[in-house]
Write a protein that binds this ligand. Structure first.
Ligand SMILES: [Cu+2]
Length: 279
């Protein structure tokens, strides 16, 4: 009887452990365009910039892990090799040219190894390619508004995006979404109507401050269709947590259809005002 119970218990234990591992490994997986419960990793990268950032971050973690391990080994070596018992007469050495050269050169090489991917990421971030789509993003306390400039018979409208608390994911969904075409360079010109906000989408690897009286610019090219969520990322007041950002990346055809629909649905921009000429 006891053996059977023990067997049952161990079978149950193994099953539970297996289930836990499976559930935790799937829970640890990053979400696409939104966070998932118990997520430990970044949200899936859908732009080159986000991808570069993730590679850079992983590289830094491994580098820091290697350095920490090396220091730990050195400390243990000193503790066991040079304690009073093992080494009763300490050496009086104060200089060692080889070691001094090494501990100067090696940190320099480490910094170079950090600088290379860092500059590569910066180059992507600071490059200024020709825009396929321009959108002006304005932060307000506490919602975002978007302006699509007039281009021929397209664009020329503006709309507000407020949090929609009935939609999922909770506090990340908006009543009106910003819509952009997949695989196209989208430039956002970001400003604010009141206090400083920050427009951020984790999956795009970008975050840019919305500052009153200033026009900040950033670009992204999403290479996967989907709905991507972000939040205001600059503490801006009482409802800071309630001004999410939702960007829908759709096919070029769906984008054209949305433009036509949006033009009739949303308010026209006064006099067809144009954005700052940044192309
Ligand atoms: Cu905010």
């Amino acid at each position: 009887m006891r053996t059977t119970q023990a067997q049952h218990r161990s079978t149950w234990g193994a099953g539970a452990l297996g289930a836990l591992l499976v559930s935790s490994s799937s829970a640890l997986a990053a979400g696409i365009g939104q966070p998932v419960p118990w997520q430990m990793d970044r949200q899936v990268a859908v732009t080159a910039e986000a991808h570069h950032l993730h590679v850079f971050e992983n590289w830094l973690h491994w580098l820091a892990f290697g350095i920490s391990l090396f220091v730990l080994v050195l400390i243990l070596y000193v503790i066991f090799k040079f304690n009073e018992k093992a080494n009763p007469t300490p050496s009086r050495t104060t200089h060692n040219t080889m070691i001094e050269v090494a501990w100067t050169i090696i940190p320099v090489l480490i910094l170079v190894a950090v600088a290379i991917p860092s500059f590569r990421t910066l180059r992507t971030q600071l490059s200024d390619p020709k825009a396929d789509v321009m959108v002006k993003v304005i932060g307000h306390a506490w919602y975002w508004s978007y302006e699509y400039p007039t281009e021929g018979d397209k664009g020329g409208f503006t709309f507000d995006a407020n949090v929609d608390e009935d939609k999922q994911p909770k506090l990340l969904a908006t009543d009106n979404d910003m819509v952009v075409p997949v695989g196209k360079i989208v430039k956002v010109q970001v400003t604010s109507g009141d206090v400083i906000h920050s427009w951020a989408i984790p999956s795009f690897g970008g975050k840019i401050d919305a500052i009153p009286g200033r026009l900040n610019q950033w670009w992204f090219r999403a290479d996967r269709e989907g709905t991507y969520h972000g939040q205001c990322s600059e503490l801006c007041g009482a409802r800071h947590a309630y001004m999410p950002i939702t960007v829908r990346v759709v096919s070029e055809q769906a984008y054209a259809e949305w433009l036509t629909e949006a033009k009739t649905k949303f308010a026209a921009i006064d006099n067809g005002a144009r954005l700052a000429d940044a192309r």
